[in-house]
Write a new protein. Structure first.
Lengths: 276, 281, 299
């Protein structure tokens, strides 16, 4: 049964999604109007379930992270300090993030501890600290005062509403530079990989090398200056005809391979991804 | 004797770093010719009647912001200047802080009102599954907007949008990978026959040629595409001139870094053939 | 079908199609009918080829060097007393390439267990984590060495692309795996991983059907499994007739698709040439009509 139930679910969900892909979508403006097929509702329901499952699965990942890293911290692994930083920062961000989502319900003492308040400035010059609960086209509701009671203000009364910056500060000062650094490594790695890999060892390799250089030259203004305008024309030719044709062939091949695999899995023929 | 091919790759990294820093410091700007793909992207927006609704999807994060940011900013200017209404969504969790900042800065320049002229719905998890849901029913996918946490029924702009992407005339994706433009084409463009255009990173650009001009009406390929587009938008929008000049300066950096790579390839091949000849002797 | 009153047969077919606005109720949207027919045809070819293969008909699969090198890579890791690193890509389990990566992982884990070499599997997604644990456990069991499964070596690093990438680079530099196997869906991190692996001197095998990442793997890895080769891996490794049959089915479909393309290109060319020579614009010519019909059916 350990294999049969997952296979049954795979086949069932796969078929339902496939059927709903082909079912008509609603078109109220068509003449005559096309109503949505009931299969679209099935599709939406399954997609909703998929979203929930992905979200719940995060718990598995967090549990794994804790298990492995706590063990290494406990045994004083040589990198244990980094593991501790990882767990502390992850937990802190998780708690702060959850608190920001539940501004409406948290007790005042916990909310003040975890979430920095907004500063709401009114048109008369006065200001107050609070937490935004909801905003409509006419009013904005904040939790303000000592007991953080919800209070609605007319938008016309409010001159400015400064958002808390703690999460954004982490985002701007840590997340953005760290990510940009990793991505910019590509510039360096592309140079060293090209130096190693582009050798005119055979006719095919030479063609690749020449085409690569033409595309690189045609992509930048200096290429045309050096070649009297030929670089960008040659690059356009290569990209529009040669690359496009080759890519379409690879896409068709890979798609058919993917389709065959998908059919094998949906029909329960391919089962080796499940344990026995 | 060690072959020049065994050069420590940190020398290559150093050379690349120097080229980038020196050329950026020189800071010259240069106008570049506009490609067919960029012109098509521009024309697709220009051809929409005023008041049409466009969905702008932020499918990127800070890592790729250096490449995507200029085209994203230019697109917001273009859409708002042309009096199109914009629904802003994000399929990458780290995108909303960027997009909120841009809209907060740009929308007031055109006197746009939040909820009427543009709305920010923010990030929704689920990657291409989420895209499928957005296509099927935007109002079921999001319960509130991202900026004010207002229920969607209170947002006037969304009154003109219904299920199956009805009411939305164009989908624009600022795409840095997965999920991105290829998933939008599969989940929404193909299913609901909505025209799709995109701006993308250099790595992804090659893949897009295969989809143009049917599934994809136009695209901005990396920095070069963004610079060309900024030139087009800049003809009527002074607000993007600073961004355009900055991008034109960066093109000089890109020019010389490409030349460096070509030089390295040439050097590698010369060394390779000399080494082979020596070995044959 | 009315072929009277001077109408050509092409016109008659087109008119017949126009008159019958196919109403398939809530089941199939008319614009998706050609896709459905194509998938059903493909399914039929696949079914037929599988039956032939199961009946014992021999179907050859050409050599895939990257896969032949797998044993060599794991053997080298064993000799050096260092682990094997298996990276299953950065996508979720709903992606077909990730599912496929789990099948390959099972095979790699089996080989590693046979050689007595530890295998490290960093994952980017929690659901993939569960599948990867199962695949490694199963691979060790297949090798008759269930004790070779080390739970702490299947590690969830982060759902964030570059944090995951940095985590793997850290493993490559600290734990110095002698063989890096990268199979699945990759994005911008492909070159960072492959170049870091090159820097540590590991033998590197990569496989993906994500075409824009292929050049990076080709440039920086020792062996690359590309495009549809990737989907032939389990058939190649197991030689299971049912799976091998589906590979042939894909090939036959490709030949049919190519034949259709050639017909389309030929019709479009003749139609364009006719348009240039026929002066009477009210009558588009047979080639143009045929091309319109072709677009209607396959467009």
């Amino acid at each position: 049964m350990k294999r049969e139930i997952p296979i049954f679910l795979t086949v069932l969900c796969g078929l339902l999604i496939t059927i709903s892909f082909f079912a008509p979508t609603s078109n109220p403006t068509a003449i005559p109007p096309v109503p949505a097929s009931p299969w679209q509702a099935v599709n939406a329901e399954l997609l909703e379930w998929a979203k929930i499952l992905f979200a719940v699965a995060f718990i598995l990942g967090i549990a794994n992270l804790f298990r492995i890293n706590l063990k290494q911290i406990a045994t004083r692994h040589e990198d244990w300090a980094y593991k501790a930083v990882l767990l502390v920062s992850m937990t802190a961000f998780l708690v702060i993030g959850l608190a920001e989502i539940h501004v409406k319900d948290l007790p005042p003492s916990v909310l003040r501890l975890l979430v920095p308040a907004r500063t709401i400035t009114f048109v008369d010059g006065s200001s107050v600290e609070g937490y935004l609960v909801e905003r409509t086209q006419v009013t904005a509701t904040y939790r303000t005062g000592a007991g953080l009671e919800p209070r609605a203000f007319l938008l016309t009364e409010i001159a400015n509403d400064t958002e808390p910056t703690f999460k954004l500060w982490i985002y701007n000062k840590f997340f953005v530079p760290l990510q940009s650094t990793m991505f910019s490594l590509l510039a360096f790695y592309v140079a060293s990989a090209a130096f190693r890999a582009f050798r005119a060892r055979s006719i095919e390799a030479t063609l690749l090398l020449v085409a690569g250089c033409i595309v690189m030259l045609g992509q930048v203004p200096i290429g045309d200056e050096l070649t009297g305008g030929y670089a960008s024309r040659a690059q356009a030719f290569l990209m529009t005809y040669v690359t496009k044709a080759g890519l379409r062939a690879i896409i068709i091949g890979a798609t058919l391979g993917g389709l065959a695999t998908g059919l094998r899995i949906v029909l329960g023929i391919e089962r080796s991804y499940l344990s026995e | 004797m060690a072959s020049p091919l065994d050069i420590d790759r940190r020398w290559i990294f150093l050379a690349m770093g120097l080229v980038v820093v020196v050329m950026y410091a020189l800071g010259e700007t240069e106008t570049i010719p506009v490609s067919e793909y960029v012109q098509s992207y521009f024309d697709e927006i220009e051809s929409l009647p005023e008041g049409s609704i466009v969905m702008l999807s932020a499918d990127f994060d800070p890592a790729s912001a250096a490449e995507i940011e200029p085209m994203y900013i230019a697109t917001i200017h273009h859409l708002l200047r042309h009096n199109l209404r914009v629904i802003n969504v994000a399929t990458w969790p780290a995108a909303p802080p960027f997009t909120q900042k841009y809209f907060s800065e740009i929308a007031p320049q055109y006197g746009k009102v939040y909820g009427v002229d543009w709305v920010e719905l923010g990030y929704t998890p689920g990657d291409d599954v989420a895209m499928g849901l957005i296509g099927q029913s935007l109002k079921s996918t999001y319960s509130t907007d991202d900026r004010n946490h207002s229920p969607l029924r209170d947002i006037p702009l969304l009154a003109d949008v219904s299920d199956s992407f009805r009411g939305i005339s164009l989908l624009v994706s600022a795409s840095a990978g997965y999920p991105g433009i290829l998933e939008w084409i599969a989940q929404v463009g193909g299913r609901y026959q909505v025209p799709v255009i995109c701006g993308t990173t250099a790595v992804q650009t090659t893949a897009l040629f295969a989809y143009y001009p049917n599934q994809l009406k136009g695209f901005l390929g990396a920095f070069t595409g963004a610079t060309q587009y900024l030139q087009l938008v800049g003809e009527a929008t002074e607000a993007v001139h600073e961004e355009r000049d900055e991008d034109q300066r960066r093109m000089l950096v890109q020019s010389w870094s490409h030349l460096l790579i070509i030089g390295l390839i040439a050097f590698g091949n010369v060394a390779y053939f000399l080494g082979r000849r020596r070995a044959t002797r | 079908m009315d072929v009277s009153s001077g109408a050509t047969w092409v016109e008659a077919i087109t008119r017949w199609l126009n008159e019958r606005a196919l109403d398939l109720g809530p089941w199939v949207a008319t614009n998706k009918l050609p896709t459905l027919v194509a998938i059903l045809a493909f399914g039929a070819i696949m079914f037929f080829q599988q039956r032939r293969a199961r009946r014992g008909e021999k179907i050859e699969i050409r050599r895939i060097n990257g896969l032949d090198a797998l044993d060599e890579a794991i053997g080298r890791a064993t000799e050096m007393g260092r682990p094997v690193l298996y990276v299953p890509g950065t996508d979720e389990i709903k992606e077909i390439q990730t599912i496929y990566s789990m099948m390959i992982l099972r095979h790699v884990a089996r080989k590693a267990a046979e050689f007595g070499t530890p295998i490290i599997v960093p994952v980017k997604n929690s659901v993939v984590l569960a599948f990867a644990e199962e695949a490694v456990k199963q691979g060790c069991a297949d090798a008759g060495r269930p004790d070779a499964f080390i739970p702490d070596n299947v590690r969830y690093l982060s759902d964030e692309q570059f944090a995951y990438c940095a985590g793997i680079a850290g493993i490559m530099n600290r734990e110095k795996p002698a063989a890096n196997v990268m199979m699945g869906m990759f994005f911008a991190e492909s070159l960072i991983l492959a170049e870091t692996g090159y820097g540590t001197g590991a033998i590197q095998l990569a496989g993906t059907a994500r075409y824009e990442q292929l050049p990076f793997f080709v440039a920086a890895c020792d062996y690359t499994i590309m495009g549809e080769e990737y989907f032939a891996v389990t058939a190649y490794l197991t030689r299971e007739p049912g799976l091998v049959g589906t590979i042939r089915a894909s090939d036959i479909t490709k030949v049919l698709a190519a034949a259709l393309f050639i017909v389309g290109v030929w019709l479009a060319t003749v139609a364009a040439m006719d348009a240039a020579t026929i002066s009477d614009s009210s009558h588009p010519g047979t080639a143009a009509e045929l091309f319109a019909l072709y677009q209607r059916l396959f467009g």
